[in-house]
Design a protein around this ligand. Structure first.
Ligand SMILES: C[S@@+](CC[C@H](N)C(=O)[O-])C[C@H]1O[C@@H](n2cnc3c(N)ncnc32)[C@H](O)[C@@H]1O
Length: 402
């Protein structure tokens, strides 16, 4: 029965990828919102969404929506939810709020009102109340208050969904796993072709690509808040989980050639640890060196890369410009006929690739407005769309076609 309303949040720009993932999961009435999708389905769909969504960072189940004009309205509104369906007095909670144009000036006050309403409900019924825990609560209740319209959710995921469970050590500027997966979903990679990342850092693209190709649910190695809810349907969850496990075993042999390179040995050590932890030992080949010198063991059909770009509108340093020119040389020399996707947060740097840009998908990487730019390698270097040719490097000088 499609009786539950859900809200899945994602990075700005990945809404379409998330929409498509939800449709593939069988979600009903999927509506794209800014940085999110709303959808409907049964309880099992909520669980499956936590386990399978690659591009989402959170899945919330709607508990109640209604009109709230002041503090007392909000208190009564929050009290009218049966919170004993979610947790007991021995469990913990936290309340988050998002507020716009409402009676409250900030998020703290309405969050406190909701917390009081929940705790008072327990105290009245049980003479005890659950503790608040900001670090690892069993229940995260979320209030969204826009003007006088309020919605209360409970977070099914708990820890954000990009935390897959394979990344214990962080690289300096890693790509969020959900963003990496969403960007991969926005390419035309067929999950069988050789794929490479010439500046792979901690190998987020490569691990997410392996999971995608091997039909491995991204949440297989972690737990979710909903498992600890009083009303959790653990039989339904077991069925969903077992099916995902079966699919992952069946897909284990489907890993295509995945190649990574980085000039930073520390980043590659972190990549190796993540690859092992993800159960992908031997499935991803890593090399150390400058990308301009990188010779992939197999010619890649698809290249995905997240080069360093400093601050968005700052003039790029010479060093950054040289890195991007080197990447351009790698494309020209080693990737003829491939499609490349580059995450760029600085249009000044993009020019140094010396390639004609195709589709540019706007996407947010943390606070930085970026573009996920598609290139067809093999088109000769030329000036187009305001993009200029790169400084000629050795490869360009030797290339008879340039
Ligand atoms: C923004 S990080 C990439 C993060 C990566 N996507 C991840 O998930 O960890 C950029 C990476 O490019 C590498 N890099 C920068 N210039 C390079 C070059 N010329 N050749 C090879 N690697 C380079 C850096 O060492 C760094 O690991």
């Amino acid at each position: 029965m499609n009786d539950h309303r859900y809200y899945a949040a994602c990075t700005l720009g990945l809404e379409q990828a998330l929409h498509d993932e939800l449709k593939a999961l069988g979600a009903g009435n999927v509506q794209i919102r800014r940085g999110a999708c709303e959808f409907r389905g049964d309880r099992a769909l909520g669980y499956a969404a936590c386990l399978w969504l690659r591009s989402a960072v959170r899945v919330q189940e709607e508990l109640l929506r209604g009109r709230v004009r002041d503090r007392d309205d909000l208190y009564d509104f929050a009290r009218s939810v049966d919170w004993s369906r979610s947790i007991t007095t021995l469990q913990t909670l936290a309340v988050d709020a998002s507020v716009r144009d409402s009676f409250a000036n900030d998020t703290r006050f309405p969050a406190l009102v909701v917390k009081d309403a929940i705790c008072d409900q327990f105290r009245e019924a049980k003479n005890k109340r659950p503790d608040v825990d900001r670090e690892r609560p069993d229940l995260i209740a979320k209030l969204v208050l826009h003007a006088d319209q309020a919605i209360l959710y409970r977070d099914l995921s708990g820890e954000p969904l990009h935390k897959r469970g394979y990344r214990e050590i962080q690289h300096k500027s890693p790509l969020n796993e959900a963003l990496a997966a969403g960007l991969l979903l926005a390419t035309d990679w067929d999950k069988k072709e050789p794929l490479c990342d010439p500046m792979c850092g901690s190998a987020t693209f490569l691990v997410e690509a392996a999971f995608l190709a091997m039909d491995r649910a991204p949440g297989l190695a972690r737990s979710f808040s909903f498992e600890r809810f009083v009303d959790a349907d653990l039989d339904a969850w077991r069925t969903i989980y077992d099916d995902a496990e079966r699919r992952s075993i069946a897909g284990a042999s489907k890993c295509p050639t995945l190649l990574g390179n980085d000039r930073h040995s520390g980043a590659l050590s972190i990549a190796e640890i993540a690859i092992d932890a993800a159960g992908l030992k031997g499935k991803v080949r890593l090399q150390e060196g400058d990308c301009a010198e990188f010779v992939p063991a197999v010619a890649p059909s698809v290249v995905v890369v997240n080069p360093p770009y400093g601050e968005r509108l700052d003039a790029p340093t010479e060093e950054l410009a040289a890195d991007w020119s080197g990447l351009g040389r790698f494309f020209h020399q080693r990737c003829q006929g491939a499609r490349a996707y580059v995450l760029s947060g600085n249009p000044e740097l993009t020019r140094h690739l010396g390639l004609r840009a195709g589709n540019k998908m706007p996407v947010r990487n943390g606070p930085i407005e970026c573009r996920w730019i598609r290139y067809e390698i093999g088109h000769k270097t030329r000036q187009a769309d305001g993009e200029t040719a790169p400084q000629p490097g050795p490869a360009d000088r030797n290339d008879p076609s340039s």
